[in-house]
Design a protein around this ligand. Structure first.
Ligand SMILES: Cc1cc2nc3c(=O)[nH]c(=O)nc-3n(C[C@H](O)[C@H](O)[C@H](O)COP(=O)(O)OP(=O)(O)OC[C@H]3O[C@@H](n4cnc5c(N)ncnc54)[C@H](O)[C@@H]3O)c2cc1C
Length: 370
């Protein structure tokens, strides 16, 4: 996957920030850090809950089992020869085994394998209980391998580098043609007093800080973001409320202030120092990014989900191949990138041209480790 990001210029000359934790969950019964370093994770979890040794070992072994899994294929499955398909399915052995063991185990059910309330709660509240626990392992395996790290400068700079690379290769980009954080971990989750948002009750805050990005805030300040994930009807409620601009603004202000108060209660060193800059809702991402229902991922797999892969071809549309995150679960940037590459491969095949991809000159990206 890393090679593919390099070949599209996403990582040209950019420093990579490697956070040491994926998330740190702070619960009244203890703190659960999800370290990138699995030995460190093992030591800290065993110290917190020796009684959960078996479940902790199994958790770590499953992440390790996915160590060699890479979701980037040389070519889409439907373009593979029989031998290539056999090799591909053989290489998926470990991923298949994890899917078999955990694909139909929901997060709530998985959390019951642990006895410590903080670890239990951390898993149970990762996403709604019916969502499959298998995908947590894939995400954490990628993180443990250092492949879910963060290019410094943010997503706009990343998109600009990709567009720059595309232009230097002769491509043309068209737009608008549609119809003091101190010791606080980079990502920390903690429980809060209930906050009513879009018809649901939020009882946890997930806070990110950007202390490693000096360009994101004026000197002496840091940008903080909080994610309150919304699903289904909660998203509908924001769209309905946005019809009444005054009520919508008032609601955003209320939520922003409630979240500020919750952060200040948990982290009193920040009291009086926080300013709410903005509250983005699903309608914000719809308006600014044209993201369908403001979604930040396409499909969040549940226990009853099936895997699917779309060829990008639409019956009746000639000379057209679709790319993007909605072609394959779970969506997100990697799927958008992979399906973009697949589209070019399909077009090359159709035009009888060879498909080539080169990694940028900048083979060694500087590493920045937290
Ligand atoms: C807040 C937020 C945070 C995110 N964080 C992450 C993250 O940490 N990691 C990650 O992997 N992913 C993340 N994502 C998801 C990631 O941004 C998307 O997966 C990715 O941008 C999808 O790329 P895409 O090309 O499929 O679609 P998009 O980037 O949505 O591009 C689709 C384009 O099509 C245009 N379009 C729509 N309809 C038409 C039409 N009818 N005609 C012409 N053009 C049209 C749109 O204007 C848009 O420019 C996040 C998304 C959001 C909103």
């Amino acid at each position: 996957m890393n090679d593919l990001w390099r070949s599209v210029g996403a990582l040209d000359g950019v420093e990579i920030y490697h956070p040491e934790t994926f998330l740190t969950y702070e619960h009244e019964s203890g703190t659960v850090p999800i370290y990138r370093d699995l030995e460190r994770l093992r030591a800290s979890w065993l110290e917190l809950s020796p009684a959960d040794a078996d479940a902790i070992e199994e958790f770590i072994a499953t992440i390790r089992q996915l160590g060699s899994f890479d979701d980037q294929l040389d070519k889409p499955v439907d373009m593979m020869s029989l031998i290539e398909k056999v090799r591909y399915f053989a290489s998926m052995k470990d991923a298949g085994a994890v899917m078999k063991r955990y694909g139909k185990v929901g997060l709530e059910e998985y959390s019951q394998r642990f006895t410590h309330p903080a670890i239990r709660e951390m898993f149970a509240t990762f996403a709604p209980g019916d969502y499959s626990s298998a995908f947590l392992f894939f995400g954490l395996a990628t993180f443990a391998k250092g492949q879910s790290s963060i290019p410094v400068g943010g997503s706009k700079a990343l998109a600009d580098r990709m567009a720059g690379r595309y232009r230097t290769l002769g491509g043309r980009v068209e737009t608008g043609c549609e119809g003091e954080v101190g010791d606080v971990p980079r990502t920390v989750r903690f429980d809060c007093e209930p906050i009513e948002v879009a018809g649901s009750t939020v009882t946890q805050i997930t806070l990110n800080h950007y202390g490693y990005e000096p360009g994101f805030a004026p000197a002496g300040c840091t940008a903080l973001t909080v994610a309150l994930n919304h699903f289904g009807e909660e998203v509908d409620r924001w769209f309905a409320l946005a019809q009444d601009r005054t009520a919508y603004r008032r609601e955003k202000e209320r939520v922003g202030e409630a979240v500020r108060a919750a952060i200040e209660k948990q982290l009193p060193q920040m009291a009086g120092k926080l300013t709410v800059l903005d509250v983005a809702t699903p309608t914000t991402y719809d308006r600014y990014c044209n993201a369908h229902r403001g979604a930040f991922m396409a499909f969040f797999p549940t226990r009853s989900s099936k895997m699917m892969a779309h060829t990008g071809r639409i019956k009746g549309l000639e000379d057209f191949v679709l790319s993007g995150q909605w072609l394959q679960p779970p969506g997100g940037l990697p799927i958008a990138l992979i399906t973009g590459k697949d589209t070019i491969q399909r077009l090359c095949k159709k035009l009888g041209r060879p498909f080539t991809a080169e990694i940028g000159q900048d083979a060694e990206t500087p590493r920045r480790v937290a």
